[in-house]
Write a protein that binds this ligand. Sequence first.
Ligand SMILES: Nc1nc2c(c(=O)[nH]1)N[C@H]1C(S)=C(S)[C@@H](COP(=O)(O)O)O[C@H]1N2
Ligand SMILES: [Mo]
Length: 403
Amino acid sequence: MTMDRGVDGGVERARSPLDRGRFLRGVGGLAAVGLAGTAPLTAFARGVEGSGSSGGQLIERLDRPLDLETPVRYFTTYLTPTDAFFVRSHFGAPDTIDARTWRMRVYGEVKSALTVGLTDLRRFEEVSLVSTIQCSGNGRAYYTPHPSGVQWQRGAVSTAKWTGVRLADVLRHAGIQAGAHYVWLRGRDSDPLKTPRFLRSIPFSVALEPTTILAYKMNDEPLPILHGQPLRLIVPGWVADDQVKWLSEIQVRSTEAPGYFYQAAYRYPNHLGKPGVAVPPTREHPLTLMNVKSLIAYPDDGRTLTRGLAAIQGVAWSGRARIVRVDVSVDGGRTYRAARLGREDTPYAWRLWSLPYRFDHAGAYTIMARATDSAGATQPVTSPWNPSGYLWNGIDSVRVTVR
Ligand SMILES: Nc1nc2c(c(=O)[nH]1)N[C@H]1C(S)=C(S)[C@@H](COP(=O)(O)O)O[C@H]1N2
Ligand SMILES: [Mo]
């Protein structure tokens, strides 16, 4: 790694085993993995529902840039297969990124600006964590009146194991100055016809959390191009919109990021107003944590079941709180019973749940799922309307016919 200025030329080695132990105990469930070889970064293609191509079966919400929603039937496993993981981008992935020549600048309120490549980053301690990522616009299609934006229904959310290095280690290596209050993150993607670049910021305290990582692997493979090759930010529990892909620049600053993508987009009203009424961004604040939510993965909406036992199942998650219960109704919300929660229980990933239910009678059923988190938050029937249609977490429901 090269120091752009300053005199501290030494590269910091991985933290001591003591720090690592404390870190692992602190966040429970988090596993550190060993340094892996540098596999070539390959481009990534995937099929799209209706496109006639083989491979994945994602729902295409937008073609340019490519926005793909994961069908909820995939949500029966703890980790979402990489080729079924939802995709969102404002400008589309950059054409090619050569991992060998890729460099990222780290500058601003630091003692020595850095230019780092992937090999440099691998000198820091490698960490892995499982984290659920959800676009804050997931469920936008359910708001009335319809806010503009990608009309996501249920599947702009997925879970993966992410591997990389702690952002804090890189920032400390650069040396932190007194004026460090925010970290700005810029992606390499751009559109010549759209002027503002994708620039986001996170509070410095969040940047220093040991779980905020610069990830170069997803589900143990090099990060695919659609998900940010070669490096993206992961901030567990936060809305996906901050988890900047194709990282090209990190700046340490005293103020939050300027520009459209932070000062206008991804903001939530300070006070909720009437449905359909716009709120100026100055009376909104940046989105941070995800809220409590669950989805029914099986049976899928519209399915016909034969009489007898069925395993109703799905996922539930909340920003940084744990899922403590998921209640399931088969009678349209009149009565609920508690589902069994899955074995995997880590702080920032969703929890699988299931409820075996015997459908004794033929007829139409409305199945609903309602999650409650450790902070006491429970899903509402519908989420309060907000101008951009963010943070939808209304109780999920599917209709099935039993024969
Ligand atoms: N550089 C860059 N990073 C980005 C975006 C983008 O357009 N450009 N989109 C963000 C948004 S809005 C979402 S929801 C997530 C989606 O991550 P995924 O495509 O890996 O699912 O990436 C975030 N990171
Ligand atoms: Mo998003």
